[in-house]
Design a protein around this ligand. Structure first.
Ligand SMILES: [Zn+2]
Ligand SMILES: [Zn+2]
Ligand SMILES: [Zn+2]
Length: 302
């Protein structure tokens, strides 16, 4: 189990979790450290006995399955296997399967919300993005609160609200739509756009038009729409960059002032010294406007 340690000068949080060096490694993300062999996949159907007992699955003969992470970073750390298929992911699934995944996300966010905990759902695809298991899956961590970006966003959102009597993200998506160039896709319930201060080239944010702090508050129409728009954003990456390693994460909070959203980054480069040594991100492949144009052209018809 990991513990948080903090840099005394910068406050930067780190999870110290050396137990995880024992975990299986199918992508090579950690094999250079452990020298690990590539074992059979225990996320595939038929390997359920190799995982902890399910905490959520859509039906007995499951299409989506969630269970505790065998190598947890913190007491509440779960895995959501996207489907029984070892290679296919959201970009490839039919709509029904993507709805099942969104419902699994919703179930876990609601469950931890009922325990007065905040939740981060995240997805790592590929070794460069930090995935150690090839089989497409998301992860869920929950705690009373999270240091780092979520805490900063919450603090800044409160400040913004006090200054402008408005929500930062409500203003952001409207500004992106007005800018036109940064918009990648606009649906009835969501806007996918290139943020004006994108940290790495082709960073993307997906913001719901309806102001809700908590992902757990999404309604049926939003579930249906998100199950098209989220895979659409992933497909735009896949087709633009030859199936890149990538991450996405759901930022959600139980209480105002906040506005849940999803962030995405494709791994077209690795961290350099400015990112690591100075905390300064370098976006050197595209402006936010160029990124918006390229990804909107690649966004599938949904
Ligand atoms: Zn598998
Ligand atoms: Zn808002
Ligand atoms: Zn955020």
């Amino acid at each position: 189990m990991g513990i948080f340690i903090f840099d005394p000068l910068t406050g930067e949080p780190t999870i110290l979790a050396t137990d995880r060096a024992k975990r299986h490694d199918q992508t090579g993300a950690v094999s250079s450290i452990t020298g690990g062999q590539k074992p059979a996949c225990f996320f595939c159907k038929g390997s359920e006995h190799l995982t902890p007992q399910a905490l959520y699955q859509d039906e007995d003969n499951w299409n989506v399955r969630a269970f505790p992470n065998k190598f947890p970073l913190m007491p509440d750390h779960e895995v959501i296997v996207h489907s029984p298929d070892h290679t296919k992911d959201m970009e490839d699934f039919n709509h029904e399967q993507n709805v099942r995944i969104i419902r699994a996300y919703l179930n876990r966010v609601s469950f931890f919300g009922s325990q007065d905990k905040e939740v981060i759902i995240f997805n790592n695809k590929g070794g460069k993005a930090g995935a150690s298991i090839v089989h497409p899956h998301s992860q869920v961590v929950a705690a009373k609160g999270f240091p780092g970006i979520l805490e900063k966003e919450k603090g800044s959102a409160l400040h913004y609200h006090n200054e402008k009597n408005s929500c930062y993200w409500c203003d952001e998506w409207r500004e992106a739509v007005a800018s036109k160039d940064r918009v990648i896709h606009e649906s009835s319930h969501f806007v996918v756009f290139s943020p004006k201060a994108c940290r790495w080239s082709y960073e993307v944010v997906l913001v719901p038009k309806n102001h809700k702090p908590n992902f757990g508050f999404i309604d049926e129409m939003e579930i249906n729409d998100l199950a098209k728009v989220l895979p659409g954003a992933l497909k735009a990456y896949k087709d633009s960059f030859d199936n890149p390693d990538r991450n996405y994460w759901i930022h959600t909070m139980r209480y105002e002032p906040y506005h849940w959203h999803i962030g995405f980054i494709p791994h077209l480069k690795v961290f350099g010294a400015l990112e690591l040594g100075a905390g300064i991100w370098v976006s050197d492949k595209a402006t936010p406007e160029d990124s918006g144009k390229k990804l909107s052209a690649a966004f599938p018809v949904i």
